[in-house]
Design a protein around this ligand. Structure first.
Ligand code: C2E
Ligand code: MG
Ligand code: MG
Ligand code: MG
Length: 282
């Protein structure tokens, strides 16, 4: 099944191979999602406060371990899940799992869940969030939904009303991958978001690149003006940390603080970090 018989003539073309891989992933995903989602799990990546690197929360990142194909990255399967509509079922599972896991975390930390455009516009995400909160007992203010900036390319009243309904449930909203989409600043100022997540591509040039510095600085000024938080993604080095800190961003996320880890390991991470923060304070 995995070898996918047929497409003999395709092997000379890179593009055709990619297409074939996408079809294979689509087929396998149908099976995996309909079959109970047990090939999927969540990894959690720490988010920290800039001021002392203490735990602020963690982002849930979807992982697919296929029995024969191995680990498939979300970069490869989320678009397919989105295009086929399977993201609705999968996203519902992510919400439930993440809310349940976060119940075991310290009270002051949040859990962030990525939500796709299909979930927002056709998937009944408001009902799904309400149900996940109810069945887990997680307090709404501890759940944050991340929405990628490019989603806002087609800003409709329907989208805005979905966002308002989500806000009314008491959850918070974050604009993900800020700086990579095409949305205008004027639009963003009207979105009911509580946080901007500056995309990791702007960390790559730090500390040297003045251009990357300028984008982060601009995001920070925008966040301050709108009265919302700014988090920088993809912080990998001490130099990057110091630079982002000097710009004034509230929070950070990146390999420097922690890579995505299992639900068991993130619990331990929270415990360790809290213990060392107490020690620093005392
Ligand atoms: P994202 O939401 O922007 O997540 C951040 C991505 O950056 C993650 O990749 C994370 O592993 C990676 N990352 C974090 N820190 C660093 C760092 O310091 N350096 C580098 N180079 N990378 C870092 P991942 O897990 O492969 O996820 C990719 C994207 O897939 C996510 O981007 C998100 O858009 C999407 N995704 C993941 N899980 C879900 C989900 O449950 N639902 C939906 N709709 N999309 C998801
Ligand atoms: Mg995200
Ligand atoms: Mg991002
Ligand atoms: Mg992304």
């Amino acid at each position: 099944r995995i070898q996918g018989g047929g497409g003999v003539a395709y092997y000379d073309s890179n593009h055709a191979q990619q297409l074939q891989r996408a079809r294979l992933i689509e087929r396998e995903m149908q099976i995996a999602v309909k079959g109970g989602i047990d090939q999927f799990h969540l990894a959690y990546q720490p988010q920290v406060y800039t001021r002392d690197r203490s735990p602020a929360g963690a982002e849930a990142l979807l992982r697919w371990m296929h029995p024969e194909m191995g680990l498939i990255s979300p970069g490869e399967f989320v678009d397919v899940a989105e295009a086929t509509g399977l993201i609705v079922q999968l996203g519902r599972w992510v919400l439930n799992r993440a809310c349940q896991d976060a119940r075991a975390w310290p009270e002051e930390v949040t859990v962030a869940v990525n939500v796709s455009p299909t979930q927002l516009l056709r998937g009944g995400v408001v009902d799904d969030v309400r149900a996940a909160l109810a069945s887990s007992g997680l307090l709404p203010h501890r759940l944050e939904l991340e929405i990628t900036e490019s989603n806002f390319l087609t800003v409709t009243n329907e989208l805005l009303s979905q966002l308002e309904e989500l806000k009314a449930l008491g959850v918070s909203l974050a604009l993900d991958d800020f700086g990579t989409g095409y949305s205008s600043l004027g639009y963003i100022a009207n979105f009911p978001v509580d946080k901007i997540k500056v995309d990791q591509t702007f960390m790559r040039g730090l500390p040297q690149s003045v251009r990357d510095q300028s984008v982060i600085f601009a995001a920070q000024v925008l966040g301050e003006g709108l009265g919302i938080e700014v988090l920088c993604e993809g912080v990998e080095t001490e130099e990057q940390y110091q630079l982002v800190r000097s710009i004034g961003c509230h929070k950070m996320q990146g390999y420097l603080f922690g890579e995505p880890m299992t639900a068991v390991d993130i619990l331990q991470w929270f415990a360790d970090r809290r213990a060392s923060a107490l020690k620093d304070a005392g």
